[in-house]
Design a protein around this ligand. Structure first.
Ligand code: ADP
Ligand code: ZN
Length: 519
Protein backbone atom coordinates (compact mmCIF):
# COMPACT_ATOMS: atom_id res chain seq x y z
CA UNK A 1 0.00 0.00 0.00
CA UNK A 2 2.64 2.49 1.07
CA UNK A 3 4.55 1.84 -2.13
CA UNK A 4 1.65 2.70 -4.39
CA UNK A 5 0.81 5.73 -2.28
CA UNK A 6 4.27 7.04 -3.01
CA UNK A 7 3.93 6.20 -6.66
CA UNK A 8 0.68 8.08 -6.87
CA UNK A 9 2.16 11.04 -5.00
CA UNK A 10 4.88 11.21 -7.54
CA UNK A 11 2.90 10.41 -10.67
CA UNK A 12 -0.21 12.46 -9.99
CA UNK A 13 1.10 15.39 -7.98
CA UNK A 14 4.73 15.39 -9.00
CA UNK A 15 5.98 15.48 -5.37
CA UNK A 16 8.87 13.32 -4.18
CA UNK A 17 8.09 13.21 -0.48
CA UNK A 18 5.13 13.57 1.78
CA UNK A 19 5.08 16.55 4.05
CA UNK A 20 4.81 15.74 7.76
CA UNK A 21 1.58 13.88 8.63
CA UNK A 22 0.29 13.60 5.07
CA UNK A 23 1.19 9.95 4.70
CA UNK A 24 -0.55 8.77 7.87
CA UNK A 25 -3.67 10.77 7.05
CA UNK A 26 -3.84 9.37 3.54
CA UNK A 27 -3.46 5.83 4.79
CA UNK A 28 -6.12 6.30 7.49
CA UNK A 29 -8.54 7.48 4.82
CA UNK A 30 -7.61 4.57 2.58
CA UNK A 31 -8.58 2.32 5.49
CA UNK A 32 -11.95 4.12 5.63
CA UNK A 33 -11.31 5.64 9.03
CA UNK A 34 -12.63 8.98 10.18
CA UNK A 35 -9.90 11.57 10.44
CA UNK A 36 -9.51 14.81 12.29
CA UNK A 37 -6.45 16.75 11.25
CA UNK A 38 -5.23 20.06 12.60
CA UNK A 39 -2.52 21.33 10.29
CA UNK A 40 -1.21 24.84 9.85
CA UNK A 41 -1.84 26.75 6.68
CA UNK A 42 0.66 25.56 4.11
CA UNK A 43 0.76 22.10 5.68
CA UNK A 44 -0.66 20.59 2.53
CA UNK A 45 -4.16 19.60 3.55
CA UNK A 46 -5.68 19.26 0.08
CA UNK A 47 -3.31 16.50 -0.88
CA UNK A 48 -4.51 14.51 2.13
CA UNK A 49 -7.92 14.02 0.54
CA UNK A 50 -7.09 14.37 -3.14
CA UNK A 51 -4.69 11.47 -3.13
CA UNK A 52 -7.10 8.99 -1.56
CA UNK A 53 -9.89 10.40 -3.75
CA UNK A 54 -7.82 9.31 -6.70
CA UNK A 55 -6.88 5.94 -5.27
CA UNK A 56 -10.25 4.86 -3.86
CA UNK A 57 -13.22 3.65 -5.86
CA UNK A 58 -16.14 5.98 -5.51
CA UNK A 59 -16.61 9.66 -4.94
CA UNK A 60 -14.91 11.97 -2.49
CA UNK A 61 -17.19 14.86 -1.53
CA UNK A 62 -15.22 17.94 -0.47
CA UNK A 63 -17.13 20.48 1.58
CA UNK A 64 -15.68 23.95 1.47
CA UNK A 65 -17.11 27.36 2.36
CA UNK A 66 -15.04 29.09 -0.28
CA UNK A 67 -17.30 29.23 -3.31
CA UNK A 68 -15.03 31.74 -5.00
CA UNK A 69 -12.14 29.28 -4.94
CA UNK A 70 -13.97 26.13 -6.00
CA UNK A 71 -13.50 26.63 -9.70
CA UNK A 72 -9.76 27.15 -9.33
CA UNK A 73 -9.48 24.13 -7.06
CA UNK A 74 -11.38 21.97 -9.51
CA UNK A 75 -9.28 23.22 -12.43
CA UNK A 76 -6.11 22.41 -10.48
CA UNK A 77 -7.37 18.92 -9.67
CA UNK A 78 -8.31 18.35 -13.29
CA UNK A 79 -4.87 19.47 -14.38
CA UNK A 80 -3.51 16.67 -12.19
CA UNK A 81 -5.72 14.20 -14.02
CA UNK A 82 -8.49 13.81 -11.44
CA UNK A 83 -12.14 13.78 -12.47
CA UNK A 84 -13.36 16.74 -10.46
CA UNK A 85 -16.40 19.01 -10.50
CA UNK A 86 -18.11 21.47 -8.19
CA UNK A 87 -21.69 22.24 -7.26
CA UNK A 88 -22.70 25.59 -5.85
CA UNK A 89 -25.16 28.41 -6.33
CA UNK A 90 -23.03 30.00 -9.05
CA UNK A 91 -23.55 27.10 -11.43
CA UNK A 92 -25.98 27.39 -14.38
CA UNK A 93 -28.85 24.79 -14.38
CA UNK A 94 -27.40 23.10 -17.45
CA UNK A 95 -24.04 22.61 -15.75
CA UNK A 96 -25.64 21.49 -12.54
CA UNK A 97 -27.50 18.79 -14.44
CA UNK A 98 -24.30 17.63 -16.10
CA UNK A 99 -22.46 17.41 -12.79
CA UNK A 100 -25.30 15.50 -11.09
CA UNK A 101 -25.38 13.05 -13.98
CA UNK A 102 -21.65 12.46 -13.81
CA UNK A 103 -21.98 11.93 -10.09
CA UNK A 104 -24.79 9.38 -10.38
CA UNK A 105 -22.93 7.56 -13.15
CA UNK A 106 -19.95 7.15 -10.83
CA UNK A 107 -17.69 9.16 -13.12
CA UNK A 108 -16.19 11.50 -10.54
CA UNK A 109 -13.27 11.26 -8.14
CA UNK A 110 -13.94 14.59 -6.47
CA UNK A 111 -16.96 16.78 -5.99
CA UNK A 112 -16.60 20.18 -4.30
CA UNK A 113 -19.77 21.45 -2.67
CA UNK A 114 -20.72 24.27 -0.36
CA UNK A 115 -22.08 23.36 3.08
CA UNK A 116 -25.62 24.65 2.47
CA UNK A 117 -26.23 21.71 0.10
CA UNK A 118 -26.46 19.47 3.12
CA UNK A 119 -29.57 21.26 4.28
CA UNK A 120 -31.30 20.18 1.03
CA UNK A 121 -33.05 16.78 1.27
CA UNK A 122 -32.92 16.35 -2.54
CA UNK A 123 -29.18 16.63 -2.53
CA UNK A 124 -28.81 14.01 0.18
CA UNK A 125 -31.05 11.63 -1.79
CA UNK A 126 -29.01 12.10 -4.96
CA UNK A 127 -25.80 11.70 -3.06
CA UNK A 128 -27.01 8.39 -1.66
CA UNK A 129 -27.25 7.07 -5.22
CA UNK A 130 -23.70 8.12 -5.97
CA UNK A 131 -21.13 5.88 -4.38
CA UNK A 132 -19.47 8.12 -1.77
CA UNK A 133 -16.18 6.72 -0.51
CA UNK A 134 -15.56 9.54 1.97
CA UNK A 135 -16.31 13.14 2.86
CA UNK A 136 -13.58 15.72 3.29
CA UNK A 137 -14.58 18.76 5.32
CA UNK A 138 -12.31 21.71 4.75
CA UNK A 139 -12.12 24.65 7.19
CA UNK A 140 -13.90 22.44 9.71
CA UNK A 141 -13.64 25.07 12.48
CA UNK A 142 -16.54 26.86 10.78
CA UNK A 143 -18.82 24.43 12.65
CA UNK A 144 -17.71 25.72 16.03
CA UNK A 145 -19.18 28.75 17.72
CA UNK A 146 -15.94 28.98 19.66
CA UNK A 147 -13.97 29.51 16.49
CA UNK A 148 -13.26 32.79 14.80
CA UNK A 149 -15.25 31.97 11.72
CA UNK A 150 -18.47 30.24 12.72
CA UNK A 151 -20.86 29.56 9.84
CA UNK A 152 -24.37 28.32 10.68
CA UNK A 153 -24.44 26.44 7.36
CA UNK A 154 -21.84 24.12 8.77
CA UNK A 155 -24.19 22.83 11.46
CA UNK A 156 -26.07 20.73 8.89
CA UNK A 157 -22.86 18.75 8.34
CA UNK A 158 -23.57 17.05 11.65
CA UNK A 159 -26.04 14.90 9.67
CA UNK A 160 -23.46 13.43 7.36
CA UNK A 161 -22.55 10.65 9.74
CA UNK A 162 -26.24 9.77 10.19
CA UNK A 163 -27.09 9.76 6.48
CA UNK A 164 -23.93 8.02 5.34
CA UNK A 165 -22.90 5.68 8.15
CA UNK A 166 -20.66 3.66 5.83
CA UNK A 167 -18.61 6.55 4.46
CA UNK A 168 -15.61 7.89 6.31
CA UNK A 169 -15.44 11.58 7.24
CA UNK A 170 -12.15 13.46 7.22
CA UNK A 171 -12.19 16.92 8.78
CA UNK A 172 -9.41 19.48 8.34
CA UNK A 173 -8.66 22.78 10.01
CA UNK A 174 -5.78 25.15 10.59
CA UNK A 175 -7.28 26.49 13.79
CA UNK A 176 -5.05 25.68 16.66
CA UNK A 177 -7.02 25.95 19.88
CA UNK A 178 -7.86 22.76 21.72
CA UNK A 179 -11.31 23.94 22.68
CA UNK A 180 -12.33 24.40 19.06
CA UNK A 181 -10.79 21.04 18.12
CA UNK A 182 -12.86 19.14 20.68
CA UNK A 183 -15.95 20.97 19.60
CA UNK A 184 -15.45 20.04 15.94
CA UNK A 185 -15.03 16.33 16.69
CA UNK A 186 -18.19 16.34 18.83
CA UNK A 187 -20.35 18.36 16.50
CA UNK A 188 -19.49 16.23 13.47
CA UNK A 189 -19.89 13.05 15.47
CA UNK A 190 -16.62 11.57 14.23
CA UNK A 191 -16.22 7.92 15.19
CA UNK A 192 -12.97 7.15 16.89
CA UNK A 193 -11.15 9.36 14.40
CA UNK A 194 -7.50 9.15 13.53
CA UNK A 195 -6.24 12.35 15.16
CA UNK A 196 -3.41 14.42 13.78
CA UNK A 197 -2.17 17.56 15.31
CA UNK A 198 0.74 18.80 13.28
CA UNK A 199 3.35 21.06 14.75
CA UNK A 200 2.44 24.67 14.29
CA UNK A 201 6.01 25.59 13.63
CA UNK A 202 6.49 27.25 10.28
CA UNK A 203 10.26 27.03 9.93
CA UNK A 204 10.41 29.06 6.73
CA UNK A 205 8.80 32.13 8.32
CA UNK A 206 11.06 34.83 9.73
CA UNK A 207 9.38 36.65 12.63
CA UNK A 208 10.32 40.15 13.55
CA UNK A 209 8.97 43.07 15.57
CA UNK A 210 10.15 46.59 14.80
CA UNK A 211 9.28 49.87 16.51
CA UNK A 212 6.56 51.71 14.67
CA UNK A 213 7.21 55.36 13.97
CA UNK A 214 6.23 56.65 10.55
CA UNK A 215 4.33 53.59 9.44
CA UNK A 216 3.50 54.36 5.80
CA UNK A 217 7.10 55.32 5.09
CA UNK A 218 8.37 52.26 6.92
CA UNK A 219 6.12 50.05 4.81
CA UNK A 220 7.19 51.80 1.63
CA UNK A 221 10.82 51.21 2.51
CA UNK A 222 10.15 47.54 3.12
CA UNK A 223 8.39 47.24 -0.25
CA UNK A 224 11.28 48.95 -2.02
CA UNK A 225 13.62 46.40 -0.46
CA UNK A 226 11.35 43.57 -1.57
CA UNK A 227 10.56 44.63 -5.10
CA UNK A 228 8.66 42.12 -7.18
CA UNK A 229 7.61 40.07 -4.15
CA UNK A 230 3.99 39.79 -3.26
CA UNK A 231 2.60 40.30 0.21
CA UNK A 232 -0.18 41.33 2.53
CA UNK A 233 -0.27 44.37 4.79
CA UNK A 234 -2.73 44.12 7.65
CA UNK A 235 -4.18 47.23 9.26
CA UNK A 236 -6.76 47.41 11.98
CA UNK A 237 -9.40 49.80 10.60
CA UNK A 238 -10.98 50.34 7.21
CA UNK A 239 -9.87 53.92 7.30
CA UNK A 240 -6.23 53.05 7.86
CA UNK A 241 -6.44 50.39 5.14
CA UNK A 242 -7.70 53.02 2.71
CA UNK A 243 -5.08 55.59 3.64
CA UNK A 244 -2.13 53.20 3.51
CA UNK A 245 -3.31 51.76 0.18
CA UNK A 246 -3.73 55.26 -1.24
CA UNK A 247 -0.31 56.33 -0.02
CA UNK A 248 1.34 53.30 -1.62
CA UNK A 249 -0.50 53.82 -4.90
CA UNK A 250 0.70 57.43 -4.97
CA UNK A 251 4.22 56.10 -4.56
CA UNK A 252 3.77 53.90 -7.60
CA UNK A 253 3.22 50.61 -5.80
CA UNK A 254 0.58 48.27 -7.18
CA UNK A 255 -1.59 48.03 -4.12
CA UNK A 256 -5.26 47.26 -3.57
CA UNK A 257 -7.42 47.68 -0.50
CA UNK A 258 -9.56 44.95 1.03
CA UNK A 259 -12.06 45.34 3.86
CA UNK A 260 -15.63 44.49 4.75
CA UNK A 261 -16.83 47.93 3.69
CA UNK A 262 -16.24 47.20 0.00
CA UNK A 263 -18.99 45.67 -2.12
CA UNK A 264 -18.83 41.87 -2.42
CA UNK A 265 -18.04 42.30 -6.10
CA UNK A 266 -15.14 44.66 -5.40
CA UNK A 267 -13.80 42.38 -2.71
CA UNK A 268 -13.92 39.41 -5.02
CA UNK A 269 -12.16 41.32 -7.77
CA UNK A 270 -9.40 42.54 -5.48
CA UNK A 271 -8.90 39.09 -4.05
CA UNK A 272 -8.66 37.58 -7.49
CA UNK A 273 -6.22 40.21 -8.71
CA UNK A 274 -4.00 39.28 -5.81
CA UNK A 275 -4.38 35.52 -6.24
CA UNK A 276 -3.48 35.94 -9.92
CA UNK A 277 -0.45 38.12 -9.28
CA UNK A 278 -1.97 41.16 -10.97
CA UNK A 279 -1.11 43.37 -7.99
CA UNK A 280 1.90 43.25 -5.73
CA UNK A 281 0.26 43.91 -2.39
CA UNK A 282 -3.10 43.97 -0.70
CA UNK A 283 -3.64 46.29 2.23
CA UNK A 284 -6.36 44.66 4.28
CA UNK A 285 -8.24 44.31 7.51
CA UNK A 286 -8.49 40.81 8.96
CA UNK A 287 -11.56 40.31 6.74
CA UNK A 288 -8.98 39.24 4.14
CA UNK A 289 -8.24 35.67 4.98
CA UNK A 290 -9.63 32.36 3.93
CA UNK A 291 -10.07 33.27 0.29
CA UNK A 292 -6.36 33.73 -0.23
CA UNK A 293 -5.22 30.99 -2.52
CA UNK A 294 -1.67 31.91 -3.16
CA UNK A 295 1.31 29.91 -2.12
CA UNK A 296 4.00 32.49 -2.97
CA UNK A 297 3.09 35.24 -0.50
CA UNK A 298 6.59 36.42 0.48
CA UNK A 299 5.71 38.72 3.36
CA UNK A 300 2.97 39.64 5.78
CA UNK A 301 3.29 43.00 7.51
CA UNK A 302 1.21 43.99 10.50
CA UNK A 303 0.88 47.76 10.68
CA UNK A 304 -1.02 47.55 13.95
CA UNK A 305 -1.00 45.24 16.91
CA UNK A 306 -3.35 42.28 16.34
CA UNK A 307 -5.93 41.62 19.04
CA UNK A 308 -4.68 38.16 19.90
CA UNK A 309 -2.07 35.52 19.14
CA UNK A 310 -4.43 33.23 17.28
CA UNK A 311 -5.22 35.99 14.81
CA UNK A 312 -1.58 36.95 14.49
CA UNK A 313 -0.61 33.36 13.81
CA UNK A 314 -3.32 32.80 11.20
CA UNK A 315 -2.49 36.05 9.43
CA UNK A 316 1.26 35.52 9.32
CA UNK A 317 0.56 31.91 8.31
CA UNK A 318 -0.61 33.10 4.91
CA UNK A 319 3.00 33.79 4.03
CA UNK A 320 5.27 31.14 2.57
CA UNK A 321 2.83 28.31 1.98
CA UNK A 322 5.16 27.08 -0.74
CA UNK A 323 7.79 26.37 1.91
CA UNK A 324 10.17 29.07 0.67
CA UNK A 325 11.45 31.73 3.10
CA UNK A 326 8.98 34.48 3.90
CA UNK A 327 9.03 37.51 6.17
CA UNK A 328 6.57 38.37 8.95
CA UNK A 329 7.04 41.80 10.41
CA UNK A 330 5.01 43.46 13.12
CA UNK A 331 5.28 47.22 13.58
CA UNK A 332 4.68 47.87 17.22
CA UNK A 333 4.13 50.94 19.28
CA UNK A 334 2.74 51.25 22.78
CA UNK A 335 0.02 53.61 21.62
CA UNK A 336 -1.65 50.65 19.86
CA UNK A 337 -2.00 48.94 23.17
CA UNK A 338 -3.56 52.01 24.71
CA UNK A 339 -6.05 52.23 21.85
CA UNK A 340 -7.05 48.58 22.02
CA UNK A 341 -7.36 48.85 25.77
CA UNK A 342 -9.69 51.77 25.36
CA UNK A 343 -12.00 49.59 23.24
CA UNK A 344 -11.77 46.75 25.70
CA UNK A 345 -12.82 49.05 28.52
CA UNK A 346 -16.08 49.72 26.65
CA UNK A 347 -16.97 46.02 26.81
CA UNK A 348 -19.96 45.40 29.06
CA UNK A 349 -19.36 41.80 30.07
CA UNK A 350 -16.60 41.62 32.73
CA UNK A 351 -15.66 38.12 31.65
CA UNK A 352 -15.22 39.08 28.04
CA UNK A 353 -13.31 42.12 29.13
CA UNK A 354 -10.93 40.01 31.14
CA UNK A 355 -10.28 37.60 28.28
CA UNK A 356 -9.69 40.43 25.83
CA UNK A 357 -7.31 42.07 28.28
CA UNK A 358 -5.35 38.85 28.78
CA UNK A 359 -5.12 38.35 25.04
CA UNK A 360 -3.88 41.87 24.59
CA UNK A 361 -1.15 41.42 27.18
CA UNK A 362 -0.13 38.15 25.56
CA UNK A 363 0.36 40.08 22.34
CA UNK A 364 2.33 42.80 24.08
CA UNK A 365 4.43 40.21 25.84
CA UNK A 366 5.12 38.57 22.51
CA UNK A 367 6.27 41.91 21.11
CA UNK A 368 8.33 42.92 24.11
CA UNK A 369 9.69 39.85 25.85
CA UNK A 370 13.23 38.82 25.21
CA UNK A 371 12.12 35.40 24.10
CA UNK A 372 12.43 33.72 20.73
CA UNK A 373 9.30 34.74 18.78
CA UNK A 374 8.82 31.20 17.56
CA UNK A 375 9.01 29.87 21.10
CA UNK A 376 6.38 32.43 22.21
CA UNK A 377 4.00 31.55 19.39
CA UNK A 378 4.30 27.80 19.81
CA UNK A 379 4.06 28.14 23.57
CA UNK A 380 0.76 29.93 23.10
CA UNK A 381 -0.58 26.83 21.33
CA UNK A 382 0.71 24.55 24.06
CA UNK A 383 3.66 23.35 22.03
CA UNK A 384 7.22 23.36 23.39
CA UNK A 385 9.93 24.50 21.06
CA UNK A 386 13.07 22.60 21.93
CA UNK A 387 15.80 24.43 20.07
CA UNK A 388 17.82 27.11 21.85
CA UNK A 389 18.05 29.32 18.81
CA UNK A 390 15.57 29.22 15.95
CA UNK A 391 17.84 31.34 13.72
CA UNK A 392 14.75 32.78 12.04
CA UNK A 393 13.52 35.47 14.38
CA UNK A 394 14.91 38.85 15.37
CA UNK A 395 15.48 37.84 18.99
CA UNK A 396 17.51 34.77 18.07
CA UNK A 397 19.42 36.81 15.50
CA UNK A 398 20.45 39.21 18.27
CA UNK A 399 18.60 42.22 16.89
CA UNK A 400 17.13 43.18 20.21
CA UNK A 401 18.79 43.77 23.55
CA UNK A 402 17.74 43.35 27.10
CA UNK A 403 17.71 46.31 29.46
CA UNK A 404 17.54 45.97 33.22
CA UNK A 405 14.58 47.88 34.66
CA UNK A 406 14.48 46.41 38.14
CA UNK A 407 14.75 49.70 40.02
CA UNK A 408 11.90 51.54 38.27
CA UNK A 409 9.81 48.36 38.54
CA UNK A 410 10.43 48.29 42.29
CA UNK A 411 9.40 51.92 42.66
CA UNK A 412 6.05 51.28 41.02
CA UNK A 413 5.38 48.07 42.87
CA UNK A 414 6.37 49.58 46.15
CA UNK A 415 3.84 52.39 45.58
CA UNK A 416 1.19 49.80 44.74
CA UNK A 417 1.99 47.78 47.81
CA UNK A 418 2.26 50.64 50.29
CA UNK A 419 -1.02 52.18 49.15
CA UNK A 420 -2.78 48.89 49.84
CA UNK A 421 -3.20 47.49 46.29
CA UNK A 422 -6.42 49.43 45.89
CA UNK A 423 -5.58 51.99 43.19
CA UNK A 424 -5.36 52.18 39.42
CA UNK A 425 -2.48 53.12 37.15
CA UNK A 426 -3.14 56.87 37.09
CA UNK A 427 -3.00 57.29 40.84
CA UNK A 428 0.03 55.03 41.23
CA UNK A 429 1.95 57.01 38.61
CA UNK A 430 0.91 60.20 40.44
CA UNK A 431 2.36 58.88 43.70
CA UNK A 432 5.67 57.94 42.10
CA UNK A 433 6.18 61.27 40.33
CA UNK A 434 5.07 63.11 43.47
CA UNK A 435 2.03 64.84 41.97
CA UNK A 436 0.11 67.24 44.17
CA UNK A 437 -3.40 65.99 43.55
CA UNK A 438 -6.31 66.34 45.92
CA UNK A 439 -6.72 62.58 46.04
CA UNK A 440 -3.13 62.15 47.19
CA UNK A 441 -3.48 64.75 49.91
CA UNK A 442 -6.80 63.38 51.14
CA UNK A 443 -5.49 59.83 51.33
CA UNK A 444 -2.24 60.96 52.89
CA UNK A 445 -0.28 59.29 50.12
CA UNK A 446 2.25 62.12 50.16
CA UNK A 447 3.46 60.50 53.37
CA UNK A 448 4.35 57.22 51.62
CA UNK A 449 8.02 56.41 51.30
CA UNK A 450 7.73 56.09 47.52
CA UNK A 451 6.00 59.46 47.10
CA UNK A 452 8.08 61.38 44.57
CA UNK A 453 10.65 58.57 44.31
CA UNK A 454 10.41 58.85 40.53
CA UNK A 455 10.22 62.60 40.08
CA UNK A 456 13.11 62.60 37.59
CA UNK A 457 10.88 60.99 34.99
CA UNK A 458 7.45 62.05 33.73
CA UNK A 459 4.11 60.31 34.11
CA UNK A 460 4.30 58.86 30.61
CA UNK A 461 7.49 57.07 31.55
CA UNK A 462 5.89 55.58 34.65
CA UNK A 463 2.77 54.52 32.77
CA UNK A 464 5.07 52.62 30.48
CA UNK A 465 6.75 50.85 33.40
CA UNK A 466 3.28 49.88 34.64
CA UNK A 467 2.45 48.48 31.20
CA UNK A 468 5.73 46.56 31.19
CA UNK A 469 4.87 45.09 34.56
CA UNK A 470 1.38 44.13 33.40
CA UNK A 471 2.70 42.60 30.20
CA UNK A 472 5.16 40.47 32.16
CA UNK A 473 2.63 39.39 34.77
CA UNK A 474 4.32 41.13 37.69
CA UNK A 475 1.14 43.00 38.44
CA UNK A 476 -2.49 42.46 37.46
CA UNK A 477 -5.56 44.64 37.21
CA UNK A 478 -8.40 43.65 39.48
CA UNK A 479 -11.43 43.68 37.15
CA UNK A 480 -13.95 43.91 40.00
CA UNK A 481 -12.23 46.74 41.81
CA UNK A 482 -11.94 49.71 39.46
CA UNK A 483 -8.86 48.17 37.81
CA UNK A 484 -6.87 48.38 41.04
CA UNK A 485 -3.30 47.17 40.52
CA UNK A 486 -2.16 44.19 42.56
CA UNK A 487 1.16 42.36 42.85
CA UNK A 488 1.51 38.79 41.63
CA UNK A 489 3.94 36.33 43.29
CA UNK A 490 6.35 37.07 40.45
CA UNK A 491 6.06 40.81 41.11
CA UNK A 492 6.67 40.23 44.81
CA UNK A 493 9.92 38.47 44.02
CA UNK A 494 11.05 41.45 41.93
CA UNK A 495 10.02 43.85 44.68
CA UNK A 496 12.02 41.90 47.26
CA UNK A 497 15.07 41.91 45.02
CA UNK A 498 14.99 38.16 44.43
CA UNK A 499 14.47 38.53 40.72
CA UNK A 500 15.47 41.07 38.08
CA UNK A 501 13.04 42.81 35.82
CA UNK A 502 14.10 43.21 32.20
CA UNK A 503 12.61 44.83 29.15
CA UNK A 504 13.76 44.61 25.55
CA UNK A 505 14.69 47.35 23.13
CA UNK A 506 15.65 47.25 19.48
CA UNK A 507 19.40 47.57 19.06
CA UNK A 508 20.52 50.73 17.32
CA UNK A 509 22.03 50.28 13.88
CA UNK A 510 20.43 46.87 13.45
CA UNK A 511 17.87 48.07 11.01
CA UNK A 512 20.31 48.27 8.12
CA UNK A 513 21.56 44.78 8.71
CA UNK A 514 18.00 43.50 8.66
CA UNK A 515 17.16 45.33 5.49
CA UNK A 516 19.83 43.41 3.63
CA UNK A 517 18.60 40.07 4.82
CA UNK A 518 16.76 37.94 2.30
CA UNK A 519 13.51 36.17 3.01
P1 ADP B 1 -3.11 24.11 3.16
O1 ADP B 1 -4.49 23.93 2.58
O2 ADP B 1 -2.80 23.18 4.26
O3 ADP B 1 -2.78 25.53 3.48
P2 ADP B 1 -2.31 23.39 0.51
O4 ADP B 1 -3.04 22.13 0.36
O5 ADP B 1 -2.86 24.62 -0.18
O6 ADP B 1 -2.09 23.71 2.05
O7 ADP B 1 -0.80 23.18 0.09
C1 ADP B 1 0.12 24.23 0.17
C2 ADP B 1 1.17 24.09 -0.92
O8 ADP B 1 2.02 22.98 -0.64
C3 ADP B 1 0.59 23.85 -2.30
O9 ADP B 1 1.30 24.67 -3.21
C4 ADP B 1 0.85 22.37 -2.54
O10 ADP B 1 0.96 22.08 -3.91
C5 ADP B 1 2.13 22.15 -1.79
N1 ADP B 1 2.32 20.74 -1.32
C6 ADP B 1 1.43 19.96 -0.70
N2 ADP B 1 1.95 18.76 -0.40
C7 ADP B 1 3.23 18.77 -0.85
C8 ADP B 1 4.30 17.81 -0.84
N3 ADP B 1 4.16 16.60 -0.32
N4 ADP B 1 5.48 18.19 -1.39
C9 ADP B 1 5.63 19.43 -1.92
N5 ADP B 1 4.66 20.37 -1.96
C10 ADP B 1 3.47 20.05 -1.43
ZN1 ZN C 1 13.86 32.56 17.55
Amino acid sequence: MSESMHDALHRIFGFREFRPNQEEIVSAILQQRDVFAVMPTGGGKSLCYQLPAYMLDGLCVVISPLISLMKDQVDAAKANGLDAEFLNSSLAPKDRFRVLQAMENHQLDLLYVSPERFAMPDFITTLKRAKVSFFAIDEAHCISEWGHDFRPDYLSLANIVKHFPKSAVAAFTATATHQVSDDIVNKLGLRNPHLTRASFDRPNLFYQVVPKSDLDLQILQFLREHEGESGIIYRITRKSVESTAEFLQEQGIQALAYHAGLTPKQRKENQESFNRDQVQVVVATIAFGMGIDKSNVRFVLHGDLPKNMEGYYQETGRAGRDGEPAHCRLYFNRSDMVRIRYFIEQTEDPNERKIAEQQLFQMVRFAEANVCRRKSILGYFGETYEKENCKTCDVCMGDVECVDATVPAQKIMSAIYRSGQKFGAVHIADIVVGAKTQKIRQLGHDQLKTYGAGKDEDKKYWRRVIDDLLAQDCIVQNAEQYSALELTPKGQRVLMGKKNFEVIRQKEGKKKAMAGMSG
